[in-house]
Design a protein around this ligand. Structure first.
Ligand SMILES: NC(=O)c1ccc[n+]([C@@H]2O[C@H](COP(=O)([O-])OP(=O)(O)OC[C@H]3O[C@@H](n4cnc5c(N)ncnc54)[C@H](OP(=O)(O)O)[C@@H]3O)[C@@H](O)[C@H]2O)c1
Length: 264
């Protein structure tokens, strides 16, 4: 066996004994991120509004030999976030990592036609949801001797790129990027390290246009992305785990774009 092969077959345990919370963990990127943390030894708390999908993620983690619990919570409600953090600490003893991944996309029309209700929904979940989550998480993490690490899931849209039909969504994600940078500076003295990952089109249903099939998306990406494809959920998860791990101990307030060069 080559040394490269033997190194890659060693199980990684960067998060052994740590508690990792992933919001929006019942599907898409959040599910992949939750599975990746569990595979590296974390006790994972998966949150979202739909109990059934959260339990599916827990099942996948347990089938792979990991440990996870599902907690239903709406990130736009501060009381539910406080209860979520409390549940994580009660179950596993600490909150070491939090990934604020829950988000929604309402897009497809120019700004003048964006329904006010869609705008308010995106603001509530994408912006207020991340702000309230940061507040609940920092309050807990700063009481712990080891502090904690938080990764917000933003987007290449907003702070890094604009795309017709996504201006409202991009504005909410630009706010997530700004919240990340500001909160990172304000709370590093509390022992809480905050960063963001900004994905571009990734392999989840969110990157499908209305009525588009997977095959049609594959064709569209060949010409619309410099890389010629969507990012895999594993590629995005790997960036999140890096920013949540001790390997990135001196990385604070970064916003790592994972988009195959779309915003380059
Ligand atoms: N996929 C992409 O191409 C892409 C690109 C850039 C950024 N992103 C961002 O990546 C994140 C994950 O997206 P995804 O692609 O994995 O899409 P997804 O499969 O639709 O996941 C979104 C998750 O957020 C949860 N959620 C939505 N509103 C919530 C609320 N109020 N409270 C708690 N949970 C809520 C959803 O679960 P419930 O509905 O059950 O609550 C769902 O599990 C989002 O923030 C998205 O904006 C995605």
């Amino acid at each position: 066996m080559s040394s490269a092969a033997s190194a890659s077959s060693v199980p990684r345990t960067r998060f052994a004994g740590r508690t990792a919370l992933v919001t929006g963990g019942g599907s898409g990127l959040g599910r992949a991120i939750a599975l990746a943390f569990a595979a590296e030894g974390a006790n994972v708390v998966i949150a979202g509004r739909t109990e059934g999908t959260l339990k599916e993620t827990v099942g996948l983690i347990e089938d792979a030999g990991g440990t996870a619990v599902a907690v239903t919570a709406d990130v736009s409600r501060s009381a539910e976030l406080a209860a979520l953090v409390e549940a994580a600490v009660e179950r596993f003893g600490s909150l070491d990592v939090a990934v604020n991944n829950a988000g929604v996309l309402r897009a497809g029309q120019p700004l003048a036609e964006l329904p006010e209700e869609d705008w308010r929904t995106m603001l509530d979940i994408n912006v207020t949801g991340v702000l309230l989550a940061l507040q609940a998480e920092v309050k807990q993490m700063r009481t712990q001797p080891g502090g904690g690490a938080i990764v917000n899931i933003s987007s290449n849209l907003g702070a890094h790129l604009s795309l017709p039909g996504t201006t409202g969504y991009g504005a909410t994600k630009a706010a997530v990027s700004a919240l990340t940078k500001g909160a990172a500076a304000e709370h590093m003295g509390d022992g809480v390290r905050i960063n963001a990952v900004s994905p571009g089109s990734s392999d989840t249903s969110m990157s499908l246009r209305q009525g588009e099939s997977l095959a049609q998306r594959t064709e569209r990406m060949k010409t619309s992305s410099p890389l010629g494809r969507v990012s895999s959920t594993a590629e995005v998860a790997a960036a999140v785990l890096y920013l949540a791990s001790d390997e990135s101990a001196s990385v604070v307030g970064a916003d790592l774009v994972i988009d195959g060069g779309a915003a380059a």
